[in-house]
Design a protein around this ligand. Sequence first.
Ligand SMILES: Nc1ncnc2c1ncn2[C@@H]1O[C@H](COP(=O)(O)OP(=O)(O)OP(=O)(O)O)[C@@H](O)[C@H]1O
Ligand SMILES: [Mg+2]
Length: 137
Amino acid sequence: MIVMTKDTMQIVREQDVVPFRNRVREMCTKIGMSLVNQTKLITAASELVRNMLKYANGGKVVLETISKNAQAGIRLVFVDEGPGIADIHQAMRDGFSTGKSLGLGLPGAKRLVNEFDIKSATGEGTTVTIIHWKNGR
Ligand SMILES: Nc1ncnc2c1ncn2[C@@H]1O[C@H](COP(=O)(O)OP(=O)(O)OP(=O)(O)O)[C@@H](O)[C@H]1O
Ligand SMILES: [Mg+2]
């Protein structure tokens, strides 16, 4: 896999979400991703930044344009140093929430994108990586 462009955005307050979404959309447009795939990626990304703000008081996102086997895509890495997630398996289940919310953010985001990886350690933080390909499903 080749990283073509790399960029980092700090997400520390609610007002950082719209510029972040705009930046992702701009990157999608640049590689010619279909509108349907753009919407899937941006919806997933929005859930992940909202979690970062809600549970970890913010963090950063690394935004990359990547290429693999002549296919272009976008990789987003959400990094926070919040409390972490004790039980990832539980957090990934539909309807699980510690925030009295719907609990669909993480499992929903996973369903929307082509690749999804989550790593977390309690007391250290959480890192979620998603990849969506230009011509993915
Ligand atoms: N970045 C994070 N740091 C710490 N805990 C997190 C983080 N992201 C998610 N969690 C934990 O995982 C649970 C499930 O997250 P998910 O996004 O699926 O649901 P939710 O945020 O509770 O509800 P919804 O996203 O539907 O409003 C959260 O309730 C929270 O306990
Ligand atoms: Mg959520």
